[in-house]
Design a protein around this ligand. Sequence first.
Ligand code: SAM
Length: 236
Amino acid sequence: MNKAKKIIHRIGVSENPILQIVTRLLSWPVKFGQFQLLKINKDKEAVDLVQRIQRDGNSLMWPAEMIQLYFSVFATKKLPGDLAEVGVYAGRSARLIREVSPNKALHLFDTFEGLPKPTSMDNSTWHEHMLAIDLASVKKYLANYQNINFYLGTFPETAKPIEDRTFSFVHFDVDLHQSTLECLKFFYPRMVKRGIMISHDYSNLAGVKKAFDEFFKDKDESVIELSTSQCIVIKS
Ligand SMILES: C[S@@+](CC[C@H](N)C(=O)[O-])C[C@H]1O[C@@H](n2cnc3c(N)ncnc32)[C@H](O)[C@@H]1O
């Protein structure tokens, strides 16, 4: 990561309340601009939903990334298989997934105690327990939705109950190299044909990118980098 990118990232994920206000002020015009473009190009229903979720605050995704997530879930609606997300935090992306595909089982994984210990593969701005959040507040946020299962703890130690399930859609937003690798090892063999795996931060976190690139080196599928920070893989 180059120096400018590192400084922006450090400010963006800072737990300092003053820097958090600065981040919110600086990101407002970018979000506004993204919404104007999305309103021109995208379905009103999708943009309205993203706007409602963004208004709830505490979202760590840009509007353009949420729209990408929206249409990725949408593309898998006809497929059999459950939905999963690893890296839930305040539940904003989970709500989006649930709203787009309301009927399938949705499995949500997070420590809810923040990040596991980063390794040398990860960005130095991360530290253990960063992004901790109270599970009760996340459950409350998602209380009106059906068929959601929460798994508290470090993935994949928490994955035993879903070992026999198959998946049409999974979202990874775990920030770290080892966590991303564990997600890929677990979900790849359980994805149905044409199922979608999408990850946040592929292009801006070297550890995430490395995990994807190395995992798919000897697989048939290609990692598709998107115009946002995300990447997508469609199971062949
Ligand atoms: C960037 S946040 C997720 C943001 C969320 N998707 C959103 O849209 O607001 C990253 C989350 O990944 C979780 N996490 C990272 N590695 C994990 C692992 N191995 N097991 C469980 N949770 C993990 C952290 O606890 C943190 O809450």
